[in-house]
Ligand binder design. Structure first.
Ligand code: AP5
Ligand code: MG
Length: 250
């Protein structure tokens, strides 16, 4: 896909799966910027609700601080609302959703128009990419992570340090450590991933819709594979459309 095409065409739903620390946020930001579509991180949306003290934030906070998943209905309602926004018209990158088998089924239903009167633009089958990283590397990434509170850029003191200690390269803000990046909470998040989120990858794999990418490499190498998976899915979809069979990544 040429850059001009990427920024004007319909991209559809891209889903990034992976354990805490796998690099979902890092890759989602790059893909979203390249295609000029929104990056929708359910973790970021929930943290924003906690910060604002909204009703959703108050309900979600206790689960998040323990490293547990927030109940499905709360998260699904939040996502449904976000996907209705006009900036999702050409597509979006979902980061951290779906995260349970129930959420995956809910998303499929939404995109297949079974749940409610769904605008045409939301239809289609998501492109699902799982980023795989070994356990010990996940720990190193999470304990070293820093985030810019203003622009959201992600750093790592060991692996991707800012140019000036603890300050954002883009806007100079002081970097922060996420509340749930404490060791005892990290362990719980990784457990929740094993128990509740791994089945989501199985759900998509059993439907032949999972692209697996080795995330234990430099960011740009991972991006190249994520991008190749997207291009491949697009080509399959366009081939199907040209043949007049169903299509539907878009
Ligand atoms: P969420 O915010 O989604 O956190 P997470 O899944 O635990 O994932 P992380 O954001 O920690 O990791 P990431 O994969 O984005 O990695 P990153 O790119 O930052 O969720 C937080 C909480 O919200 C959950 O625990 C739950 O309570 C709740 N929640 C959210 N969604 C939910 C849902 N759908 N249902 C229910 N509850 C939900 O990278 C990590 C670090 O590694 C960074 O420092 C980065 O610089 C570095 N790095 C990245 N890639 C590389 C690379 N290739 N090489 C070297 N370093 C790298
Ligand atoms: Mg993230």
């Amino acid at each position: 896909m040429s850059m001009a095409k990427e920024t004007s065409r319909n991209i559809g739903s891209i889903v990034l799966l992976g354990a805490p620390g796998a690099g979902k946020g890092t890759q989602a930001k790059l893909i979203a910027a390249r295609c000029r579509i929104p990056h929708i991180s359910t973790g970021d949306l929930l943290r924003e609700n906690v910060r604002r003290g909204s009703e959703l934030g108050r309900e979600a906070q206790a689960f998040m601080s323990r490293g547990e998943l927030v109940p499905d209905m709360l998260v699904c309602n939040m996502v449904a609302h976000r996907l209705e926004q006009p900036d999702c018209e050409r597509g979006y990158v979902l980061d951290g959703f779906p995260r349970t088998a129930a959420q995956a089924g809910w998303l499929d239903a939404l995109l297949q128009d079974r749940l409610f009167d769904n605008p045409e633009r939301l239809k289609g089958t998501p492109i699902v990419i799982a980023i795989e990283v070994p356990y010990n590397e996940l720990l190193r990434r999470l304990t070293g992570r820093r985030t810019c509170p203003s622009c959201g850029r992600i750093y790592n003191v060991y692996l991707q340090p800012p140019r000036r200690d603890e300050l954002c390269d883009v806007d100079g803000s002081r970097l922060v450590i996420r509340n749930d990046d404490r060791e005892e909470v990290i362990t719980e998040r990784l457990k929740a991933y094993e128990l509740q989120t791994k089945p989501v990858a199985d759900y998509y794999a059993s439907r032949g819709r999972l692209h697996v990418v080795d995330g234990n490499r430099a960011v740009r190498e991972v991006t190249a594979d994520v991008w190749a998976a997207i291009e491949n899915a697009v080509a399959v979809s366009e081939g199907a459309k040209a043949r007049g069979t169903h299509g539907d990544f878009f």
